[in-house]
Write a protein that binds this ligand. Structure first.
Ligand code: HEC
Length: 296
């Protein structure tokens, strides 16, 4: 079921600790000092540093969101959405249907993943946008998939377009159409994928995200199986990530967690990523999406 692009290097960061609630019970400070983990002195020091960084981040989050770098990508994405581009020299605004009609962006993001008859597939926002770029504008999928996410100094066009589209759903309720049996089916697949254990550590998504109160190196891990946790995993994506200073999409988040899980990286815009996003965003249904944001 999982598309394999290439096997990732394994075991480099085996110092990763998945701590059960019992270990992390108490205040953040107590958890930092808890001698119950097997972490060597160096990683422990790093954890303290990261915790201070977390507090600092929390403190300044509001200010930073006031002048979020995500807005730059939003503006660029709008321009890309409206420009005639690709071999066919058409704009997405005049050719791409995100679910509410050609060119309609308002509320589209919170309504995806959804089923698209023209592609006969359930697609998440990024996958749909890439589909339109390929099918409507004539871009080459293999070229896009070579460098699908931001790195170094550049972000791919679809990252900006996703950011623009997501911003047009700011402060709208998440409404993945789970009453559509085709969407429900993909949701159930995503639920199975999240529970699927494999790899060198026999991890599944749920190992880290399937129960309350888990954390790794002082980072709280949202419980994605509940609406309260799922919304944390949806909120702020696409997001400008302070770590590395990159604008990254929800699809990127999925890819990076496959890495956390020591799984092979999924193919770009593949079924398995859509399934996970359908499960996660669907679980967050009914809650308010606040638009593109910043992430630590
Ligand atoms: C080994 C533990 C581990 C596994 C397994 C894992 N994750 Fe994660 N996940 C993390 C960590 C750590 C973070 C926080 C990363 C950060 O903030 O840089 C995270 C963050 C996330 C987030 C973002 C949360 C937010 O605040 O926005 C989502 C969504 C997510 N993971 C989904 C998944 C999915 C889906 C899977 C299965 C494919 C998975 N994770 C598997 C450790 C894990």
């Amino acid at each position: 079921m999982i598309d394999i692009k290439y096997p990732i290097a394994l075991g480099v960061t085996a110092a990763l600790l998945v701590m059960p609630p019992a270990v992390t019970a108490g205040t953040k400070r107590a958890a930092v000092k808890a001698p119950t983990t097997k972490a060597k002195p160096a990683p422990a020091a790093a954890a303290v540093e990261k915790d201070a960084a977390t507090l600092d981040f929390e403190k300044h989050r509001a200010e930073m969101e006031d002048a979020s770098p995500a807005e730059l990508f939003e503006a660029k994405g709008e321009d890309l959405w409206k420009s005639k581009r690709g071999l066919k020299n058409v704009s997405l605004a005049e050719s791409c249907d995100l679910g509410s009609g050609i060119g309609v962006v308002g509320g589209a993001y919170v309504g995806m993943p959804r089923y698209f008859a023209d592609a006969d597939a359930v697609m998440d926002a990024e996958r749909r946008i890439v589909w339109c770029m390929v099918e409507k504008q004539g871009f080459n999928f293999a070229e896009i998939a070579k460098k699908p996410f931001a790195s170094g100094n550049s972000a791919p066009d679809q990252t900006s377009i996703v950011t623009y589209v997501a911003a047009q759903s700011r402060n709208m309720k998440i409404a993945v159409p789970l009453n559509d049996p085709r969407v429900r089916d993909v949701f159930e697949t995503g639920k199975e994928v999240a529970a699927y254990r494999a790899g060198p550590y026999d991890f599944s998504c749920n190992t880290c995200h399937g129960s309350d109160g888990k954390r790794i190196r002082m980072q709280n891990l949202p419980n994605l199986s509940k609406p309260e946790g799922a919304i944390i995993g949806v909120q702020g994506w696409p997001g400008y990530r302070m770590t590395g200073g990159l604008m990254l999409t929800h699809q990127w988040r999925m890819n990076d967690c496959f890495r956390q899980q020591r799984f092979p990286e999924p193919k770009y815009a593949s079924d398995v990523v859509t399934a996970l996003l359908t499960y996660m965003i669907g679980t967050a249904n009914g809650q308010l999406y606040k638009g593109p944001g910043i992430k630590r």
